[in-house]
Design a protein around this ligand. Structure first.
Ligand SMILES: [Zn+2]
Length: 116
């Protein structure tokens, strides 16, 4: 039995694709911003730049992890299992899906997992 109606699934699919676009757009602008700061290795600004680069690396890894989660969520939309908790199979609440459209687990399982 389909967990969510088709139109609901389309709404989440649109949300996921939009978020995916956002992340990819930021990924495209990322390396440029980085090379600009490397081109001016001013001693005075070096420390600041190092910190900025660290932040860029962090956001890049967070971004690629998020992209994977979004891709996985899109697969679940296509497969008709979107909105089901991957651990217990319960429905993830619509409020949670609206806030985190790529959520794989219901709030209960997410909390259990983050505790482990
Ligand atoms: Zn669960």
């Amino acid at each position: 039995m389909p967990a969510l109606s088709k139109s609901k699934n389309n709404t989440y699919r649109t949300l996921l694709l939009k978020k995916r676009e956002e992340l990819l757009a930021r990924a495209r602008s990322g390396p440029e911003a980085l090379s600009v700061s490397v081109q001016s290795p001013d001693d005075m600004e070096f420390a600041v730049q190092t910190v900025e680069q660290d932040v860029n690396v962090t956001t890049a890894s967070v971004r690629s992890r998020m992209l994977k989660q979004i891709d996985y969520a899109l697969e679940r939309v296509a497969g008709g299992t979107y909105g089901e908790c991957q651990a217990c199979g319960e429905q993830i609440s619509p409020n949670r899906l609206k806030a985190v459209p790529w959520a794989e687990y219901c709030l209960t399982c997410e909390e259990l997992r983050s505790r482990n």
